[in-house]
Design a protein around this ligand. Sequence first.
Ligand code: PMV
Length: 323
Amino acid sequence: MERIKVSAPGKLMLMGEHSVIYGHPCIVTAVDQRMGVSIGESGDNIIRIHAPEVGLDNFSLAIQNLDTAEVPKGAKFITVGLRNFFRRFENPIGLTIDTSSEFSSQFGFGSSSAVTVGIIKGLSEFFGLSLSNRQIFDLSYQTVLDVQGVGSGFDLAAAIWGGTIYFITGGKEIKRLEVENLPMVIGYTGIKADTVSLVKKVSELRTEKPEFIEQIFSSISSLVQKGKVLLEKEDFVNFGKLMYANQELLDNLEVGGQKLSDLIYAARNAGALGAKLSGAGGGDCMIAFVDRKDKVEVENAIINAGGVIINARTGAQGVRIEK
Ligand code: PMV
C-alpha cells in the first residue's frame, strides 16, 4: 500500500473554555501551523514511530503490544489511536509512522489533538476507508478520553473541520462560522499549561460552590452565544468587549495567572479591542483582537510585558491529504 501523508492544523480557543466541558458552547479557530503525519507499511509485525514532538524518537513495538506499551503521555495519542482504529475497522498490520510539527508542543496549539486526528485520518486514507469527518471525530474523541480522561473535543473539531467553529461538548453541535481571517494577536507566556489539572481544579471548585460556578458557566455561555453572532457580522469591536468579560469570569474560576494577566493588561492598555487567555489557563497563550492601526503597538506591549508574539493565521483549513 502506498505511503499516505496528512496534515492537521493547530487551534486556539476564542471563548468558552472550561464551561464547554459542562455542556456549554465555545468558539475555537484553527491556526495555520500544522502537524504532519505520514503512514506507510513496515512489512513486518512491528509499528515504528518517529514522533520527536511527542517524545518518541525511533520507537518500535510489536502490534500485539499496542495496549500495553509504555510510552510518554504525548505518544499515547498515537498508540491508543492506532489501537482504537484497529479494534473498530481493520486487522492490525505493521506500520511506520512519522510526525512533523510546524509548532512547538509547548504553545498549547493542540499538538495532541492534531496528532490524534492526523493518525485517524491517515489510517482511514491508508486503508482506503474514506471515513467521514464525523467518524474521524468520534474515534479521535474516544482516543482523547481514553488517554486523558477529560476534554470537550473542541480541539479535535478545529483540527478536522478547520475554520472558526461554534462547538458544544462532545461534538453535540459543530458549526463552521462564516468569518474569514480574525484580527488576532497571539502572545505566548513561555509557561506550559497543565490542562488536566486545571480542569480538575475547576471541577473541585464546582463541587465546593456549585451555584456560584454554575452561574459563571451560564454567563460564559451567554457571552459565547452573543459572540457567535458578532463574529459572523465581523463586529470585532463588540466581540472584543465580550473577550474582556470572558476573561473576568475565567479569573473567577481561578484559572488565570500572573504572566497571563500581565500580557492581557499590556494589550488592553495598548488599545486592544479585547484580550483573554486561550485554553485551560495558567500559561500557554493569550489572544488579543486589535484594530489594524494598533497592531504593532499591542504586539510591542505584549513583548515588553515578557510575552512572545506568535504569527499564525486563523481560520486555517482542516485536516487534509498532502501530496
Ligand atoms: O489547554 P487547551 O488549549 O487544550 O484548552 C483546554 C480547554 C478546556 O475547556 C479547559 C478543556 C476542553 O477540552 O474543552
